[in-house]
Design a protein around this ligand. Structure first.
Ligand SMILES: N[C@@H](CCC(=O)N[C@@H](CS)C(=O)NCC(=O)O)C(=O)O
Length: 321
């Protein structure tokens, strides 16, 4: 089998293809030597991205990839039969993550959404600081300088500040589209359902908070049993809606279809809170099934609230709902 350049390719060796899912990492310290190796066949000094694209194009076998594929920073090397050894370099993802800072609070579902997204997009290694709500650290100068609302999450990537959890999720997915897991489906129909569920997720979250944090939100003198009961009824109605959505999608489904999407990123923390606060999986079997489906997903496990790990026992606030 002849290749361009007149060399024979061993027919037993399949052509090398680079996919968007390469996971072989080379430590940052090895980057320079890998780059040198990558540059060697070419006379001109190229930028890292140019170098990668040119290398891949000239290899004859590996197709040229979209430039943004190269933004994510994974490294991989492979042997090409006609060019001895060739290194394809993707800047290490940790280098990119190092430009990010997340200020977060334990027990905050909005912060958890951001952390799940960072994991899904292979952006481990970002700078992070756990702040205490009890000590009012979310109102500190450090936070207010970036986020005038004094809320967590507070997130910065280089000079880009994005603070709302939904906005951060969309930003990361868009910026690192080809890196890690794809979180927005291609089809517009699937996207429509995903957006629908994501924004309904805000109502779901509010209804949950109105019950589990009733005493926190409502000052002592203004609390009424009847008001709390109304909130519980509203939460019950909401839970039945989500049971119905999951029922309709069928067993093993994610919240907006067959694959894991941004809708799961934003809704799973709410569902995890339901069970942490004692919701009965017998009464809400679809939500129970969904919780089991995702609780061991690597991105979810890696960002599991640290105080839940320390104290696995939850509360029973929702046991009668
Ligand atoms: N819309 C924001 C809401 C963030 C939010 O409410 N964070 C809470 C913690 S879960 C907070 O910082 N609360 C303190 C405050 O509002 O003063 C998001 O989704 O990022």
């Amino acid at each position: 089998m002849k290749e361009k350049g007149g060399k024979r390719r061993d027919p037993k060796r399949p052509p090398v293809r680079v996919s968007g899912e390469l996971n072989f990492r080379v430590p940052v310290k090895d980057l320079d030597s890998t780059l040198k190796c990558c540059r060697r066949p070419f006379k001109t000094k190229l930028s890292m991205n140019e170098c990668l694209q040119t290398t891949m194009t000239r290899s004859n076998v590996v197709k040229k990839r979209e430039p943004q594929c190269l933004h994510g920073e994974l490294l991989s090397s492979f042997h090409h039969p006609s060019t001895t050894s060739l290194s394809v370099v993707r800047i290490h993802s940790e280098t990119m993550a190092k430009a990010m800072t997340l200020l977060w609070g334990a027990g905050s579902p909005p912060c958890w959404r951001v952390m799940i997204t960072l994991e899904e997009k292979n952006l481990q290694g970002y700078n992070q600081k756990l702040l205490s709500f009890d000590k009012m650290e979310h109102k500190s100068k450090e936070v207010l300088d970036i986020n005038p609302r004094g809320q967590l999450p507070t997130f910065k990537h280089g000079n880009t500040i994005v603070n709302d959890s939904y906005a951060v999720c969309f930003y990361l997915e868009s910026k690192f589209k080809s890196q890690g897991n794809k979180l927005i489906p291609d089809s517009q129909e699937e996207q429509a359902l995903m957006y629908q569920r994501m924004f309904e997720g805000l109502t779901f979250y509010d209804k949950l908070n109105a019950v589990i944090y009733y005493d926190w939100f409502v000052p002592e003198g203004e609390r009424h049993e009847s008001a709390l009961n109304r909130n519980k009824e509203a939460l019950t109605t909401e839970l039945k809606l989500w049971e119905g959505y999951l029922q309709k999608l069928g067993s093993g489904s994610h919240v907006a279809g067959p694959s894991f999407t941004l809708a799961d990123v934003v809704i799973f923390p709410t569902v995890a809170y339901l069970f942490r606060f004692g919701l009965s999986a017998k009464r809400y079997p679809k939500l129970g099934e969904y919780h089991n489906l995702l609780k061991d997903r690597p991105s979810v496990k890696a960002s599991w609230p640290p105080h839940w790990l320390e104290n696995p026992e939850g509360q029973d606030t929702l046991k009668d709902i």
